[in-house]
Design a protein around this ligand. Structure first.
Ligand code: FAD
Length: 394
């Protein structure tokens, strides 16, 4: 991040905003929606910048919640019953009062952008960001074409790739998904497969998930936590094998494909730098041990809004609870990277000895210390205790 050398754009000029949202993906557009829902903030002069105009359905988000969320009206499907499968333990889980919800990327992008178009104080620019600079007064976003100035910039654009850092773990969560359609009924749309570890584990933690949205249509996703990506064709072979041999579906059409790579790391992401506030994966909202991000983004947006209303400043606090869960994530990454126990065994033990509601709360960083102890008792102490001490005193 550069220091601002001189303001080409006067803070009162045309290219000057209260807030710039750099990156109109999940975090940027979620924050915009949260801002526009808030009567005391919705009049702010806001610029949203992205290199893509967000017309592609490039990903599908799943997450769980008890109440209706801000994006309830674009939930594509939801399930109260989940299957967990492994060679160690398998179970059918009733997660009430939670619902496991699916939102398609394109629905979120279209919903937020069309809602924002009602506000003359919100502008969009489809330009590639090349540089970010800040000082104590404001921040500048430089694109290939222009420079824009704001009092605060909310940034989800990663200008530097995440690479290995000494004494920190870095695994890649990579996955490929196919939305498939069948002529004959093949799925039960009231039960989703949360994780199926009964697939080859030789490359590292590997599972499939299956999200049926009708009797004829399901998203099947092949997911790995490893240090390196596979050859592109390997994802297709694994999906094809699983659909044929496990789901027993011989004939289908692929109506949508998605591919993603998420960093699973205990590296510290800076939450803010001068007048830049990092959000989304760039702001450390991807849970290091699971890759789940969507709900952490929504919680972070709520914290930012609360802080803006209270003080006019968007800085949240790094809580003790957050540090506690960061430690747990480091322990799990240590165990996986050093192959002390397989991911399949760890998740199987946790689901076997705890209620699904407790596990979901734990994955959401919302359990209390007694619940954490209960989760810890379900995994082998002789592996996890020395690892926890090693991480604690690093
Ligand atoms: C295929 C896929 C499926 C996922 N499924 C789930 C899930 O089920 N549940 C879950 O919790 N998480 C999931 N995740 C993880 C996470 O929720 C998503 O990655 C989420 O989109 C992260 O939000 P973000 O805003 O940080 O990043 P993004 O949504 O990727 O947004 C970043 C934005 O920045 C823009 N951008 C990048 N570089 C520039 C540049 N130089 N200039 C201008 N714009 C730029 C991009 O175009 C993009 O719009 C998934 C991720 C992927 C990739």
């Amino acid at each position: 991040m550069q220091k601002i050398e001189s303001h080409n754009n006067s803070p009162l000029g045309e290219s000057s905003y209260d807030y710039i949202i750099a990156g109109a993906g999940c975090a940027g557009l979620s924050l915009l929606m949260h801002l526009l829902q808030q009567p005391s903030l919705r009049h702010k002069k806001i610029l949203v910048i992205d290199q893509s105009n967000k017309t592609q359905n490039d990903r599908t988000w799943c997450f769980w919640e008890k109440e209706k969320g801000i994006f309830e009206n674009i939930v594509y499907h939801q399930w109260q019953h989940l299957d967990f499968q492994s060679n160690y333990f398998s179970s059918h889980l009733n997660i009430a009062p939670y619902q496991y919800k699916m939102i398609r990327g394109i629905d979120l992008y279209e919903r937020v952008i069309s809602f924002a178009k009602q506000f003359p104080n919100v502008e969009f620019q489809w330009e590639k960001i090349v540089q970010l600079a800040t000082d104590n007064e404001g921040a500048v976003v430089e694109t290939e074409k222009n420079s824009y100035y704001a009092s605060y910039v909310f940034n989800s654009v990663l200008l530097e790739k995440i690479g290995p850092v000494k004494n920190k773990y870095l695994l890649l969560q990579h996955f490929k998904g196919w939305m498939i359609e069948t002529a004959m009924p093949a799925f039960n749309p009231s039960v989703a497969t949360f994780m199926d570890f009964t697939v080859d584990q030789s490359k590292g933690t590997t599972f499939m998930y299956v999200l049926p949205v009708t009797e004829h249509k399901a998203l099947v996703e092949f997911t790995l936590f490893t240090e390196n990506l596979l050859e592109p064709e390997a994802y297709n072979i694994a999906l094809g094998d699983y659909i044929l041999n496990k789901l027993q579906v011989g004939s289908y059409t692929i109506v949508h494909e998605e591919f993603g790579v998420i960093p699973m790391t205990n590296q510290q992401f800076s939450s803010h730098n001068g007048r830049f506030i990092n959000i989304g994966t760039t702001g450390g909202q991807t849970k290091a041990s699971s890759g789940f991000t969507f709900q952490f983004i929504q919680k972070h947006c709520k914290q930012i809004i609360t802080s803006l209303i209270r003080s006019g400043k968007p800085y949240g606090n790094d809580t003790i609870a957050r540090r506690k869960f960061n430690l747990y994530d480091s322990v799990l990454l240590n165990v996986l990277v050093n192959k002390k126990m397989s991911g399949a065994e760890i998740f199987a033990s946790i689901f076997q000895y705890n209620s699904p509601q407790t596990v979901l709360r734990f994955l959401d960083n919302e359990t209390n210390f007694m619940e954490d102890l209960q989760i810890m008792r379900s995994v082998p102490t002789k592996i996890f205790l020395p690892t926890a001490l090693q991480e604690l005193f690093k």
